[in-house]
Design a protein around this ligand. Structure first.
Ligand SMILES: [Fe+2]
Length: 189
């Protein structure tokens, strides 16, 4: 029996610790790699006929996590940013995504200023999944026609996030979007 989207969502729910309300991100990551072995699932949601854009496959109203399929036409390199209090787990379907992690070096005492440094970079090939934890600074790079499944802990359009500019040494607060359809969720970053 193939491991289905329904199996994956059930298993995601089961990783939440009732005492803390937190998901076990490594368990979710491993379950996502199992889902990426399901060729029927990949064909349906990330295959040649999938429509360009971001598609919500599942929303868990109780715990808040969301499963999305990102079907990208054009490649992109995002600036370093975080997802505020939300985590995100990326699972590659086609092409690749380069995942870069950063550490903040300054103490935050100067308003709008920030210094970040790269600490780790790795490439997700098809079938692989990678984690960005809450408040973890990261960037992604993918080529044209990359397709991936992304699981976020929260609807990113509803929370405040931070975007960094390494050339300027600056940081900017990105507020939640009023319409609930903000770039945070529709964007693949
Ligand atoms: Fe991101």
């Amino acid at each position: 029996m193939p491991y289905t989207l329904e199996n994956f969502c059930d298993d995601c729910r089961a990783t939440y610790d009732p005492a803390t309300g937190n998901a076990d991100l490594e368990e979710v990551r491993v379950h996502l790699e199992s889902l990426l072995e399901n060729q029927e699932f990949l064909q349906e949601h990330c295959g040649p006929d999938a429509e360009i854009g971001a598609h919500t496959l599942y929303t868990d109203d109780e715990r808040g996590f969301i499963v999305l399929a990102h079907i990208m036409e054009n490649g992109r390199t995002s600036p370093p940013h975080d997802h505020g209090a939300s985590w995100a787990i990326y699972g590659q379907a086609t092409k690749f995504t380069d995942m870069t992690e950063y550490d903040r070096q300054d103490d935050g005492s100067e308003q709008d200023k920030a210094k970040v440094e790269k600490t780790r970079k790795y490439r997700l090939e098809p079938g692989m999944a990678g984690i960005f934890g809450a408040h973890e600074i990261h960037s992604i790079h993918f080529p044209d026609n990359a397709r991936f499944i992304r699981v976020t802990g929260t609807d990113l359009s509803t929370i405040e996030t931070l975007a960094y500019n390494m050339d300027e040494g600056s940081v900017k607060v990105i507020p939640p979007s009023a319409d609930g359809l903000g770039a945070g969720q529709a964007s693949a970053d």
